[in-house]
Design a protein. Structure first.
Length: 298
């Protein structure tokens, strides 16, 4: 990877990534319901009815092309050429880094979404713990009936994986809002926040209740019993200190909240939705211990 490559990549800034894209489905109540159930969002504004709206954070959902790809939505040759340049330079791995959204107006069931995307920026060469590569940012303007409803910027890192294998597991980010949770993990307790105002249990930890807004809370310790609510099998990219393939589950605890963690004790291809699991604490290294869930429990 050379400065010459960066100049070639930089030439794609401002070029179209998608022109005249059309959402595969109109905004619709079933997708809104599935989203809200997955997110645990019970806001009545999103409930099915004549005045229902879509959660603003679903903005990107309506532009996704799914497994069939983007050709039918007007994806440009320029974006494919940019990715081909990166592939040719050995930047064959990709990880999404962040998404920024701006909202102009609500989307409602029945709205048809159209969109245009542009390659907004390509960074200079960056060296990260994953490897060396380039950040590529696209900006998508989402419309309905010709009116702008929102904009989202999606940033990926295309990189050549670091050649040195192994390394330490990434450290969790501990702050004043979640330090109590990690204190509980150190004591082999999985602590769930309980609102002091309405008693609602919540996870992950938050500074206030998303049901009633109260800032008062205490904790309850999870029993450790749960089931696999959903899961994914991670194959790529190969991160240092991880050995794919492995299963990551969305675990529904007996207390009713959901936790994301690894499913261990069964082959990754044997994990199933509804599988009973039980909490364990896994010593990763001399400094880090993590809650995980052993499959086939019960």
């Amino acid at each position: 990877m050379t400065d010459e490559l960066y100049e070639r990549l930089k030439a794609y800034e401002g070029r179209a990534a998608t022109t005249g894209g059309v959402g595969k489905d109109p905004v619709n109540a079933p997708m809104i319901r599935h989203w809200c159930e997955a997110m645990g969002d019970t806001n009545p504004a999103y409930a099915d009815g004549p005045d229902a709206i879509a959660p603003p954070t679903m903005l990107q959902v309506w532009t996704m092309a799914g497994l069939s790809g983007h050709r039918h939505t007007g994806r440009s040759d320029a974006y494919d050429e940019l990715l081909a340049l990166l592939d040719g330079a050995g930047c064959t791995s990709v990880v999404a880094t962040d998404c920024e959204q701006e909202y102009v107006r609500d989307l409602r069931p029945g709205d048809t979404v159209t969109f245009d995307a542009v390659i907004e920026s390509v960074s200079g060469r960056k060296t990260t713990k994953l490897g060396t590569g380039y950040f590529v940012t696209t900006r998508t303007d989402v419309r309905t009936g010709g009116d702008l409803v929102g904009t989202h910027r999606f940033r990926i890192l295309r990189y050549a994986p670091a050649k040195k294998p192994g390394g330490r597991r990434p450290r969790p980010v501990i702050n004043r809002d979640n330090a109590g949770f990690w204190d509980g993990v150190a004591a082999h307790r999985l602590l769930i926040q309980r609102c002091g105002g309405c008693g609602t249990l919540r996870f992950p930890w938050l500074p206030g209740c998303n049901a009633c807004g109260s800032a008062e809370w205490d904790t309850v310790a999870a029993s450790g019993e749960g089931t696999v609510y959903s899961y994914v099998v991670m194959h790529h990219p190969p991160f240092p200190a991880f050995d794919p393939p492995y299963a990551v589950g969305l675990i529904e605890l007996a207390e009713g909240v959901r936790v994301i963690s690894n499913v261990i004790g069964v082959p990754y291809d044997k994990v199933r939705i509804g599988m009973p699991v039980r909490l364990e604490f896994l010593r990763v290294d001399e400094e880090l211990e993590l809650p995980v869930f052993r499959g086939g429990a019960g």
